[in-house]
Write a protein that binds this ligand. Structure first.
Ligand code: B4P
Length: 191
């Protein structure tokens, strides 16, 4: 199964994808994690991406496509994956479709996790105090939320038009949200 998780920063995409990975035995492919690993290892990509991420902006589409193409070409992704953080704008959504068509692996399900803006701000503030991620400061989070509204929110419509979108409420306990997502996946498997 090929699943795309969508939602604002702090909506719980990464949190839910990590749990689904264990339960569905599918790799969790997070572009945020791939980028943070590149930053940590000081690779060419990491050096380029760090300043962009620290400003809360999006890393260029061509760089991201190369990264995702390389990752989805690995053997563990051959039977499906959970994509978290990609696509983040309409151009990435189109590139992903073209790539998956080439691989003969179209998206089966896109799930939008809905959380109110006040909640995402509170969650990220909590994570900032616990983990100290350099893009979780108040100022950068405001920018990330603006980028989300302008560039990423339209991706929800892209999948809706293709009949692939489901929405779940991302508020409440982490396990409650997980059960809602599992319910959607169960329904789509049965349909
Ligand atoms: P990401 O790593 O994708 O950052 P994110 O949107 O904040 O999601 P994350 O997965 O970390 O957080 P989650 O919602 O799970 O991207 C970081 C940056 O990388 C971007 O700004 C951009 O610069 C770059 N980038 C990544 N992908 C890109 C792309 N495709 N193109 C260009 N640039 C790209 O969780 C947030 C917090 O909420 C956690 O602390 C969690 O514990 C908590 N939480 C989750 N569920 C909860 C619940 N139900 N109740 C309470 N708390 C909850």
């Amino acid at each position: 199964m090929r699943i795309v998780l969508l939602g604002a920063p702090g909506s719980g995409k990464g949190t839910q994808a990590a749990l689904l990975q264990e339960q569905l035995d599918l790799p969790h492919v997070s572009t945020g994690v791939l980028l943070r690993t590149a930053v940590k290892n000081q690779t060419g990509l990491g050096l380029k991406a760090k300043a962009i991420m620290d400003r809360g902006e999006l890393v260029p589409d061509d760089v991201m496509l190369k990264l995702i193409e390389e990752r989805l070409g690995q053997p563990d992704a051959a039977n499906g994956f959970i994509l978290d953080g990609y696509p983040r704008n309409l151009s990435q959504a189109e590139s992903l479709d073209a790539l998956l068509e080439r691989l003969g692996q179209p998206v089966d399900e896109a799930i939008q996790i809905d959380v109110k803006a006040e909640q995402v701000v509170a969650r990220i503030a909590k994570r900032a105090s616990e983990e100290g991620r350099s893009d979780d400061s108040e100022e950068v989070v405001c920018k990330r939320l603006r980028v989300y509204e302008e560039q990423t929110a339209p991706v929800v419509g892209y999948y809706a038009e293709r009949g692939l979108l489901s929405r779940v409420l991302g508020e409440g306990a982490i396990d409650e949200v997980l059960q809602r997502i599992r319910g959607v996946l169960q329904m789509s498997k049965g349909s």
